[in-house]
Ligand binder design. Structure first.
Ligand code: PLP
Length: 414
């Protein structure tokens, strides 16, 4: 049953939500913390902290190998977390979900796997909007295999130019790697189109969902995407754990990434046979507590509701964009109509680092610099930006505090 935005927002009680996050009531430099660095890492609700404490207090044990009770309990909860992730992303099978140490790890796993499948004459396409972790592994892959790296260019609004993508794609294209949402600008990329076009020439597609998953609930079967990756710490979970979704056929085709315990079926010095999915890609003792807490974070986000999150964050984005543009000399980078609640900006010719330092003195956390996306900064011919990334637990009052802080910085620095 479709609900109007107002109904949904009425069910979304920001004061109650903020109580879930203990860190939001701390002070920084004597001022209430205003946390606008959510695109770098999100804060952790008590519900997830409790799961972490419960794990180490009650059933800390290594998984999959033990006959004893603790090991069985830990194994069950770890596998339940995998099923929660499967359900959240609507993967067909739970063994299509590989638990990794994060987005970077997931991307490297795929890049390594494709080393044996690419050759000279093949093309790999990435986009101009990528995070360094989505550029460097492909450069390394191309160096190893002789394949060429092609880049989908962007326009001044910070959008990928699809007519240029159409020209790049050919029968030589083997892989396309694009982020769902740009971490530096917040642009939501047209991944449905990108996937369809790639599949028409038989290329595989990996989507980096590190920035989309805090705002959008992706359906990997609906998207028909080959690989989708994300990090728990950007969606209210802990650091050091993430996921890789891969279509079963692809995961069976790719060689294992790391050798070690857990990933084998049988080992002799003559030959090792590999374990079935997902264990083939999960060598060694994983981040067990982190995996279980990742599942709890997904439960938490779904309880808040992704419709609520999108409606509320859009409202904050509009409010903040308007208020920031009222500040003379402030320029926003990334003005796509399709964007998440990320605002990258500069203030006259003032260095972003100086703005960030003054804001920190006022208790306001923003990120400054190139945001691991130097090619985007080169495109705009700037050293970096100040980035305020807004989450569903932020408020209009906090945006007002940011605006006041920026005006203060402008006065002090110009
Ligand atoms: C944060 C981020 C990454 C890297 O994630 P890690 O958790 O540091 O591995 C990759 N891509 C994008 C778009 C990101 O925002």
């Amino acid at each position: 049953m479709p609900q109007s935005g107002l109904d949904l927002l009425a069910m979304f009680n920001i004061n109650e939500i903020r109580k879930d996050f203990p860190i939001l009531s701390r002070k920084v430099n004597g001022k209430p913390l205003v946390y606008f660095d959510n695109a770098a890492t999100s804060q952790t609700p008590q519900q997830v902290i409790d799961v972490i404490v419960d794990y180490y207090s009650n059933y800390n044990a290594n998984i999959h190998r033990g006959v004893h009770t603790l090991s069985q309990e830990a194994t069950d909860l770890y596998e339940q977390a995998r099923q929660k992730i499967q359900a959240h992303f609507n993967a067909k099978h739970s063994h299509e979900i590989i638990l990794t140490s994060g987005t970077t790890d997931s991307i490297n796993l795929i890049a390594n796997g494709f080393s044996s499948l690419l050759k000279k004459g093949d093309d790999v396409i990435v986009s101009a909007l990528e995070h360094h972790s989505n550029i460097v592994p492909w450069q390394m892959l191309c160096e190893r295999t002789g394949a060429s790296l092609k880049v989908i260019p962007m326009n001044l609004e910070g959008e990928l130019i699809m007519s240029e993508y159409d020209k790049l794609i050919s029968k030589n294209t083997k892989l396309v790697f694009v982020n769902h949402v740009s971490n530096a600008l917040g642009t939501i990329n047209p991944i449905e189109y990108i996937i369809k076009k790639a599949h028409a020439v038989g290329a595989a597609v990996l989507i980096d969902g590190a920035q989309s998953t805090p705002h959008i609930k992706p359906d990997v079967q609906d998207l028909d995407v080959d690989f989708y990756v994300a990090s728990a710490h950007k969606l209210c979970g802990p650091t050091g754990v993430g996921m890789l979704y891969g279509k079963q056929d692809w995961l069976n085709k790719l060689p294992p990434y790391q050798g070690g315990g857990e990933m084998i079926a049988e080992v002799t010095f003559e030959k090792t046979t590999y374990a079935d999915l997902p264990h083939k890609f999960e060598a060694g003792t994983p981040n067990i507590c982190g995996g279980i807490a990742f599942g709890a974070a997904i439960d938490y986000m779904n309880a808040v509701g992704f419709n609520n999150i999108a409606l509320y964050e859009n409202e904050l984005l509009e409010y903040a964009t308007k208020a920031l543009l009222d500040i003379e000399g402030l320029k926003i980078y990334g003005t796509s109509k399709q964007k998440t609640s990320v605002i990258s900006f500069n203030l006259d010719d003032i260095h972003p680092y100086d703005v960030g330092t003054i804001l920190d003195k006022l208790g306001i956390a923003v990120r400054t610099g190139h945001h691991c996306a130097q090619p985007i900064m080169d495109f705009y011919k700037i050293p970096g930006t100040v980035r305020a990334s807004i989450s569903f637990y932020n408020t209009k009052e906090e945006i007002d505090a940011l605006v006041t802080g920026i005006k203060k910085a402008k006065m002090m620095l110009s």
